[in-house]
Design a protein around this ligand. Structure first.
Ligand SMILES: [Zn+2]
Length: 618
């Protein structure tokens, strides 16, 4: 046994240090080794040269890398490059530790990917530095206690990321230059937001399953994989050994069901379906929710002898997917092959448009060279294959600073806290504020001024703060004010104290403006050109103090006595002009012909919604 271990140890370490592999498709067996033995300890030390295992969560490590002046990579001196790589390396390791071991990454994906991209660019310019910062070779870092570990002797690599269509164009050009085949086919697959998994069948029987881990050492998760219904325990395969790689994920619907059960049991919720999938797959105790784990297969490698030289099951990736489906695996039915660059780009765009309608989360599209002999020709770098690129979609989440929490007074006088944010672009839209619903929400999220918060935007939904990224030293809970911020009247608590309301009614300017806005809205009087900004202006200069004033606007505007502190008529005011005043007056005239239920609804009487108003009209 000792001799065996020494042989293995020297062999594995040599491989790890040199990262020189026999050939693209020569995969060795997964050696099963317990995490407590010497070999594992040695390998861990190699991987974790720079990480202190007992390091507490310390966000300055992350911010250190973020604050680095963005000197263009081409202008960096070698010593600057070394320093920056070290800082980037620390940040990446630290986030990996949280991501892989605690299932709760500190950085959102897009920021993490930016760090990786920057590090790659620096290494691209100073290739010699890779030996001094060897940790960058590993995909991630993974070491839960008491888990049996499996070594991937051929690493499971992650994919290079592209954020712009330009990245895909240059990828395609590079690949075509290598193969000299301008008609070669590419396959575009959805990039499932899950966890990579490798499983192995010997003589058709499921015998091993390992997470990607850090790409070199994964965790043996066979026990949990046995409980997954989408992974067959036996397959009708004529091959001696077959290794399947794919992505483990949880459907969006199952994710919300599990989270709402956890809320009922007062347990913490999972922040994303991927974190849930990771938690379930890597759970050490038997968890009934493991049945919700699903698996999309995308790679099949076969070996018919004992020397373990693995090779693809077919000639092309698209054929592999068909064979995987025949073997009983779930494969994505959103994969297409094409040869023109324009088609590849539009397939990526189509994938992004389809994103919201899919049952599972995807965070990008993967473009792969379809023919395996071409993949071999194009080759791989130490970190990622060169024959594939992941086109990442724009993030729907980002982090920003909470500048202030203001209080808004609604039409019925209800006070609502609103977050004022440092402007941040999410999905192409600038977000500056987010609703906080009520006091309880502010306290649940433990928000206070100055904290960094994670903001999410989905579809047309109002942006929402989903978590605070840092904790506040302030211990007093947030509470809505006892006087109205708009009119200064006392506020009263209703509904067991959960609703706070200004009781001044239409004396309160905020409520008046909101009630005029409600009256002018589409389902009520439908007055075009009377948006919130115009209503506030008309209210401030004293021309429209209530709903009735809307219909006196034409007359009132003619008489300067009706204007507070203002002598100019509307037509001469900045931002108005003849045309917009005429349009507004026309749509006010048109609104005199609306049906009775719309007028009734527009008055904004509590408990009289649109349907009640219709019933009353009948
Ligand atoms: Zn008020």
């Amino acid at each position: 046994l000792l001799l065996f271990l020494i042989l293995m140890r020297s062999n594995c370490l040599k491989r790890f240090n040199n990262i020189k592999w026999k050939g693209l498709y020569h995969y060795n067996n997964l050696y099963s080794i317990h995490s407590s033995n010497n070999l594992m300890t040695l390998l861990d030390r190699q991987i974790n040269t720079s990480i202190n295992q007992n390091e507490i969560i310390d966000s300055h490590i992350i911010s250190k890398a973020n604050k680095i002046k963005p000197i263009p990579v081409s202008k960096l001196t070698e010593s600057e490059a070394i320093n920056e790589l070290k800082a980037l390396n620390e940040s990446i390791n630290f986030n990996d530790e949280l991501y892989y071991n605690k299932n709760s990454p500190l950085l959102p994906d897009n920021q993490y990917d930016k760090l990786i991209k920057r590090a790659e660019n620096i290494i691209g310019r100073f290739p010699s530095l890779i030996t001094s910062v060897s940790k960058l070779n590993a995909v991630g870092y993974s070491k839960s206690d008491s888990f049996v570990s499996l070594i991937h002797n051929y690493p499971m690599k992650s994919l290079d990321n592209g954020f712009q269509e330009q990245d895909i164009l240059s990828f395609i050009n590079k690949v075509i230059n290598k193969t000299n085949d301008s008609l070669m086919k590419f396959i575009v697959e959805p990039k499932i937001d899950g966890l990579s998994l490798a499983i192995r069948y010997t003589d058709g029987q499921l015998v091993a399953a390992a997470t990607r881990g850090n790409g070199l050492i994964g965790e043996d998760v066979l026990r949990n994989v046995f409980r997954m219904s989408t992974i067959p325990k036996r397959i009708a395969s004529t091959y001696r050994n077959i290794e399947i790689r794919g992505e483990v994920y949880v459907n969006k619907l199952d994710f919300s069901v599990i989270n709402s059960e956890r809320i009922n049991q007062s347990l913490s919720v999972y922040s994303t379906p991927r974190n849930l999938a990771s938690g379930l797959l890597r759970s050490l105790t038997s968890d009934n929710n493991t049945q919700y784990l699903r698996f999309f297969a995308y790679t099949a490698l076969i070996s018919d002898n004992h020397t373990s030289n693995y090779e693809p099951i077919s000639e092309t990736q698209s054929e592999s997917l068909q064979l995987l489906a025949q073997l009983g695996f779930e494969v994505s039915n959103h994969c297409d092959t094409m040869s023109s660059t324009i088609d590849v780009i539009s397939a990526c765009r189509a994938m992004e448009n389809r994103r919201e309608t899919l049952a599972f989360e995807i965070d990008g599209a993967v473009v792969k060279v379809d023919r395996f002999d071409y993949q071999l020709m194009v080759g791989e770098s130490t970190r990622a294959p060169k024959w594939a690129i992941a086109y990442k979609f724009t993030a729907k989440e980002s982090t920003t600073k909470l500048i202030d929490i203001i209080v808004q007074v609604g039409r019925t006088g209800v006070l609502t806290p609103v977050a004022i944010l440092e402007p941040v672009i999410i999905g192409g839209v600038v977000i500056e504020r987010a609703t906080l619903h009520n006091e309880a929400e502010v306290n649940r999220l433990r928000l206070s001024k100055g904290l960094t918060v994670r903001v999410k935007r989905a579809g047309d939904v109002i942006p929402k703060i989903i978590a605070a990224e840092s904790t506040s030293s302030q211990s007093t809970p947030y509470s809505l004010p006892s006087t109205c911020p708009s009119c200064g009247s006392d506020t009263v608590r209703y509904d067991n104290g959960t609703t706070v309301r200004c009781i001044a009614g239409l004396v309160c300017p905020a409520q008046t403006v909101e009630s005029i806005k409600h009256f002018a809205s589409r389902d009520a009087a439908n007055i075009d050109g009377l948006g919130i900004a115009k209503i506030e202006e008309l209210h401030n200069i004293g021309l429209v103090r209530n709903i009735a004033d809307i219909y006196l606007l034409r007359e009132k505007d003619k008489n300067p006595r009706n204007r507070l502190n203002e002598s100019t008529s509307l037509r001469d005011r900045k931002g108005w002009g003849d045309r917009s005043v005429n349009n507004l007056l026309t749509s006010i005239d048109n609104s005199k012909n609306i049906s009775f239920h719309r007028l009734l609804y527009g008055l904004g009487i509590r408990h009289v919604g649109l349907n009640t108003a219709k019933a009353l009209e009948k």
